[in-house]
Design a protein around this ligand. Sequence first.
Ligand code: OTN
Length: 492
Amino acid sequence: MAEMGHRFSFIFTLTLLHFLHFCSAKLGVSTPPPLPILPLPSFSQLKWQQREVIMFLHFGPNTFTDSEWGTGRESPTVFNPTALDAAQWAATAAAANISLMILTAKHHDGFCLWPSKYTTHSVSRSPWKNGHGDVVKEFVDAAAPRGIDVGVYLSPWDRHDRRYSHELAYNEYYLAQLQELLNNYGNVREIWFDGAKGKNAPNMSYYFSDWFAMVKELQSSINIFSDAGPDIRWVGDENGFAGTPCWSTINRSSLAIGAEGITQYLNEGDPEGTHWVPPECDVSIRNGWFWHKSESPKSLKTLLEIYYNSVGRNCVLLFNVPPNSTGLIAQEDAHTLTQFKAAIHTIFSSNLAQNCSLRASSQRGGKESAFGPENVLDNDHLWTYWAPRGADAGGDHWIEIRSQQKQGLRFNVVRIQEAIGLGQRIKRHEIYLDGKRIVEESSVGYKRLHRIKSGVVCGEVVRVRITEARAVPLISSLGLHLDPFWDPTGLS
Ligand code: OTN
């Protein structure tokens, strides 16, 4: 009896909702958006997500000693870039339309790229600018005029300082340096807590709650990165490959920085996750994180593969481009970065669906509402979206792109984006071309890119079908693209 009652009230509620939406349309007032499904991104997380590709700069003694993990016993005299020019770093980023750069202010060797008051193991004891230089200051001063935001990496692991392994003393030291970096260098938009630590590193308890509270107190719009967030999580590998599915949500409380056995959870996220902690894919342009004379940048083909598997799977790509021992980004790296971003522009700057007609299974608020399928072709990939009728996730929701050209549609990439400002919803989706299924996949998120396995396809009608969702699906953008660099045979 109770079941019948629930069913009746559900049907009654739905009917009432449809009636109210109908009336509101007749009265000339707009139908409101659907309820959000929690958790939601913060303002800073939404800003971060839209950056898509950001830049990492690993720079320090390792640049001069040809190593990746310094011992902490390096003399500050090794640090002597002969032509350091942070303006060239910023110009390289700007040329690639990169809006955020993150610098390793202190890596595992404990050497500080700023004249910290709390240690002599810094630029203050180096021959660079006779010990009067400050790389962090030059970095932020070079970014600002180009409108580029900055972030800092402060390694929790410190192989130099004797206070490491002495819990209170080292956390006092670390928090003091956090205050120096977050008080003295303007707005910092991301701070990076690396969980890397050698197997034989001394045991050390990090006061993460104190660190996170201090960071949030000192910087109003900062995102904190660590394996477990709290704002941005590690994707679980350094190859730039997110999982499928890849959810922006996880249960943050079940994770710890540097913990073993969590990489798959980080890679895929959790559709039932309690917190919005989206994944960041950190990948270096070369084999190593620091510049090494013997290494070269990755190929464009490899970089595009990384792009599709990171940004194309709901992540931000943190792309490391390390300055060399003169203190400049090597020309071959700068060229590779520009080529990479130019290729992305070549593929995605035109949407082959732009002049097509659109149809959908239904529309929230009726044909005159603000939730029509036409929203998937505008330039707002967050706050204008197609919304089917109803409030429940169930039902056969689809949206269709129909060619208006005689020659039909010819593409090899499909781009789908959710209106993640109202929560991430889609659990499974399919894509059909003229009634034949060409894609069957899982989550979407901010952006999902599908390269069609068979290569370039041609047809009249593309239908995107949402087959499972956490709540009524909201698609903010759809694109059909032609990637001239994509060779499905893998031969080129
Ligand atoms: O040797 N490592 O420490 C290592 C090898 C492969 C991949 C990652 C790591 S360290 C790892 O780095 C991540 C960022 O790339 C996070 O900071 C993790 O906490 C850290 O364990």
